[in-house]
Design a protein around this ligand. Structure first.
Ligand SMILES: N[C@@H](CCC(=O)N[C@@H](CS)C(=O)NCC(=O)O)C(=O)O
Length: 204
């Protein structure tokens, strides 16, 4: 049985979307309801030693994973969908590139805007400016890619789209960047949002 540990947050939504797309059987465990010291809390910490979400256990084969990118790759491999196989190395690398991009070059910078502009109790002009510049640089790359006339980031709809959609869907809530500055990205976000599996995951 696949057990997904999380709560209502964008990094968890990535895994929920993929599990819904795959039609996989899984159990969602809200970590906010777990008692510290309980067996289920221990299982969560086995999956996610940092205590961050999502965490995933595949109890049949004893797989324990944290980091949403690793979870998406594992599930896509397990079910043989949404990630080109080793027999298509170029398409596979193109797809995986976006997972690394999301984790390293976009989301941390975007969250820095959120923290330095909306949460911090004192202004941090240097940090704010740096985060905004780096976020816009990443968004420019997404916009230019989608402006090439593709519907999805790496050819077919894939985990490249699934990893990026949750953060792009809330761009305006977490930053002072308007989605309309990136029209192709905005259209892509709307396209992904229309998928039935995405709607189901967002309603969970
Ligand atoms: N790079 C990690 C980030 C995970 C992460 O930061 N999760 C947030 C929720 S969206 C969290 O657990 N925050 C609580 C914390 O950092 O203690 C991933 O992609 O899974």
């Amino acid at each position: 049985m696949i057990e997904l540990y999380g709560h209502a947050t964008q990094n968890v939504l990535k895994a929920q979307i993929l599990l819904e797309e795959l039609g996989a059987q899984y159990r969602f465990i809200n970590v906010r309801t777990l008692e510290e010291g309980s067996p289920q809390f221990a299982a969560f910490r086995r999956a996610s030693p940092t205590g961050q979400v999502p965490g995933l256990l595949d109890t049949e084969i004893g797989v324990a994973l944290f980091e949403s990118s690793a979870i998406l790759i594992y599930l896509a491999e397990k079910y043989g969908q949404f990630l080109p196989g080793l027999d298509h190395p170029v398409e596979r690398a193109e797809t995986l590139k976006w997972l690394l991009f999301e984790a390293a070059s976009l989301t941390p910078q975007m969250l820095d805007i959120y923290h330095y502009t909306l949460v911090a109790d004192a202004p941090h002009p240097y940090a704010e400016d740096r985060a905004r510049t780096r976020t816009r640089r990443a968004l420019d790359v997404l916009e230019a890619t989608l402006a090439q006339g593709r519907d999805y980031l790496a050819g077919e709809y894939s985990i490249a789209d699934i990893i990026l959609y949750p953060w792009m869907a809330i761009l305006e809530d977490f930053t002072d960047i308007a989605p309309r500055d990136y029209p192709h990205l905005e259209q892509w976000t709307a396209r992904v949002a229309l998928r039935e599996a995405v709607k189901r995951a967002e309603a969970l």
